[in-house]
Design a protein around this ligand. Structure first.
Ligand code: ADP
Ligand code: ADP
Length: 229
């Protein structure tokens, strides 16, 4: 089945230049376990699209369905619950809470869905071990390297076993080698847990490794053929 479906999606920002739509009438389906790259120039609307897919912002037109549920039909609270359970988010900047350890940061989404502290701790620890941070559980973000922080952010995105992870330049802040390592890790987790990935990236070499590559250009989403990537 599909984990995310967008139908006739449009977004116009109220304060935008002449209120021109960023895009309009955009359709997208992401299937379970599928990996999708989204390319596009700066300002093309990639972040806007991810925000709409993740229910962080509401479209001006069209609908987003996550795990079969129409986002616009949900209350803010229900949308938040669905987001925390069905989706994971990774950004260019890790957004880990600086006062909390890596373990506590990864436990938080689990605690938010009502899981007990011991079970949240067990799950967070297992996932941190699987991203190679078993020896960094008690470190705070400021005591981790850039690559380690981003791996902790990946663990946090996956800890509730989401159907889909949305990544906005998840490796954009890392040097090439570390970016490759974090990307490898996300693909390994995709294969192991069948988690769909929708990743905005500028890096065509990384994009090429995903199942589908889409380009957002002048408000249209177009699938690129392998020789175009
Ligand atoms: P990308 O991620 O591809 O760089 P964005 O989605 O960030 O593109 O931005 C798409 C367009 O929407 C840009 O023209 C940007 O200036 C505009 N935009 C983004 N966010 C807002 C906002 N909150 N208010 C007004 N305009 C915005
Ligand atoms: P990387 O090659 O992954 O970028 P670094 O050279 O930045 O790693 O860091 C090497 C190791 O030192 C890392 O494992 C990290 O946990 C540790 N480290 C980095 N910065 C700090 C810090 N400010 N305090 C404590 N440990 C740190």
């Amino acid at each position: 089945g599909e984990v995310i479906r967008a139908a006739g999606l449009g977004k116009t920002y109220a304060e935008g230049d002449l209120r021109t739509p960023v895009f309009d009438g955009l359709d997208l389906e992401v299937h379970a376990g599928e990996t999708v790259a989204i390319l596009g120039a700066s300002g093309a609307g990639k972040s806007t699209l991810l925000h709409l897919l993740g229910g962080l912002d509401m479209p001006s037109a069209g609908e987003v369905f996550v795990a079969g549920q129409k986002m616009s039909a949900l209350s803010d609270a229900a949308r938040g619950t669905l987001r925390n359970g069905a989706l994971g988010f990774v950004y260019q900047f890790h957004h880990l809470l600086p006062e909390f350890t890596a373990l506590e940061n990864v436990m938080l989404p689990v605690l938010l869905n009502g899981t007990s502290v011991p079970e949240a701790s067990t799950r967070a620890q297992a996932l941190l071990e699987s991203v190679g941070l078993g020896h960094r559980l008690r470190h705070k973000p400021g005591e981790l390297s850039g690559g380690e922080r981003q791996r902790a952010a990946v663990a946090r995105a996956l800890v509730n076993r989401p159907a889909c992870v949305l990544g906005d330049e998840p490796t954009g802040n890392l040097d090439e080698k570390t970016a490759g390592t974090v990307f490898d890790l996300m693909l390994a987790l995709n294969r192991e847990h069948h988690t769909a990935l929708v990743l905005v990236t500028h890096d065509r070499r990384l994009a090429r490794r995903l199942d589908r590559v889409l380009e957002l250009h002048e408000g249209k989403l177009r699938q690129l053929q392998p020789d175009e990537v």
